[in-house]
Design a protein around this ligand. Structure first.
Ligand code: ASP
Length: 438
């Protein structure tokens, strides 16, 4: 059994948090490869080290003195080193190199990446295991995308040399020979890449929540946790804004069927959420999760005999494409079709789009409406359960909510309902209460 364990910034924000992480790693000898983030927030209005580093970069670019900012960052690390009692260990020489580099040749990604680099060094010293610099084993191509082929080859060979190691998250080496980072939150991606290269049995992603909840706790009080979720269900929920994990972290592990287990560093006894390719486990309820977003617009297009006009949909969609607007959903009837778009992308171009639709598709009429919220009800169980849509509509009718749109995904994995923005919270609660029983 081999596990790759990634710890987020809040799990490593202080010496106290580091100790919890140390105990978690020691509690299970299969936790062999460790991916640390940079120190995150210790309290709610604290600043993440990554943000401090990005600020130093700005200051350096303006040609101003960076000494005080570097000192403040160093203090964050020294506090951790002291708190852990690592008396023979110091990051002094690393800080000299970093300060010199930032003064002479400031690079944004290099600056941002040092948070993970330095935390990785502390982690390796604390655990007494090998440190592997991610710039030597993770590679990007010319387009700035991960070079999976080269990375997997080099990383797998390197990992084979060490039974246990620390590989800092968030960065690798760009095609130009300089450090390059993933987008924010990218340590999740590093963890996934390492899990793939190590052919791990599990990718554990430790954070400050006990996995996913069925619904947003700001809307539904104390929602139940999700124990098992498939990659595809997660994708549907993430699209609607439920976020715990970086989106790009799914692909590497998914490719080789490695499950992800989201765990809570502060409550390690919680099982957390398992993200898996497929599972035969019975769920307590038909649905896995509910997520939603406000502020969509509907563009309602009607034309008599639309159904027999070949190419009509394409012409309508072309109007959106010409205006660089992405189409979110497209429920259609016989003589009508509705295009759902994001309000912020659409509003300032609405008249252009309308005239383009008229020019391209010559419809009878177009109506637009804003203030639509979409609620996605996601669940692999829907496929084999009957009456889900009926139950959903009843729940909303009983709550006095008018359904503006309903769209069942062709994979029978989700049903999306459109309601007015002001009904969003009530709709979410009504759906939760109907499907999830205590
Ligand atoms: N430290 C980086 C960030 O704040 C990357 C990460 O934590 O995953 O975005």
């Amino acid at each position: 059994m081999k596990k790759v364990v990634k710890f987020g910034g809040s799990s490593l924000a202080s010496a106290e948090q580091f100790k919890k992480v140390g105990a978690i790693i020691q509690a299970d000898e299969s936790r062999v490869y460790v991916i640390p983030s940079a120190p995150g927030k210790r309290f709610s209005d604290d600043t993440k080290v990554t943000d401090m580093l990005l600020h130093v970069y700005q200051t350096a670019c303006e040609g101003k003195d960076i000494d005080d900012e570097i000192k403040a960052i160093k203090a964050r690390y020294d506090e951790i080193i002291e708190g852990l009692g690592l008396s023979d260990f110091s990051l002094d020489s690393d800080f000299e190199v970093i300060a010199k580099t930032l003064r002479e040749e400031p690079e944004k990604d290099y600056a941002a990446s040092r948070g993970e680099y330095l935390n990785g060094k502390i982690m390796a010293a604390y655990l007494g295991i090998q440190f592997i610099d991610s710039a030597e084993v993770i590679f990007f191509n010319e387009e700035g995308k991960l070079n999976s082929y080269k990375t997997e080859k080099v990383l797998a060979a390197k990992l084979a040399e060490y039974d246990r190691a620390v590989i800092p998250g968030f960065y690798g080496l760009g095609k130009n020979g300089k450090v390059k980072t993933f987008s924010r939150g990218g340590s999740d991606v590093t963890g996934s890449i390492v899990a793939q290269a190590a052919r791990a049995d599990v990718y554990e992603n430790w954070t400050d929540v006990s996995g996913f909840l069925i619904s947003d706790p700001r809307i539904v009080p104390n929602p139940k946790p999700i124990k098992f979720i498939t990659y595809r269900e997660l994708r549907e929920l993430s699209y609607m804004g439920a976020s715990v994990l970086h989106e790009d972290a799914i692909f590497p592990v998914r490719q080789c069927g490695i499950p992800i287990n989201i765990r809570n560093t502060n409550i390690p006894s919680d099982e957390g959420t398992w993200i898996v390719e497929t599972t035969a486990r019975k769920q307590e309820q038909v649905i896995t999760g509910i997520a939603g977003k406000k502020d969509f617009c509907t563009v309602f297009i009607s034309k008599a005999m639309m159904n027999s006009e070949i190419g009509f949909c394409r012409k309508v969609l072309q109007a959106f494409e010409e205006n660089q607007i992405s189409v979110e959903h497209m429920p259609s009837g016989i003589d009508t079709m509705t295009v759902v778009v994001h309000e912020d992308e659409f509003m300032h171009k609405e008249q252009k789009v309308i005239s383009a639709i008229h020019r391209l598709a010559a419809p009878d009429a177009i109506e637009i409406e804003s203030g639509l919220a979409l609620v996605a009800v996601v669940g692999r169980g829907m496929k084999s359960a009957s009456g889900t849509a009926g139950k959903l509509c009843n729940a909303l009718a009983n709550a006095g909510i008018n359904i503006k749109m309903i769209d069942q995904g062709s994979s029978e994995l989700n049903i999306i309902v459109g309601v007015r923005n002001e009904d969003f919270e009530t709709a979410t609660k009504a759906i939760y209460n109907t499907f999830v029983t205590e």
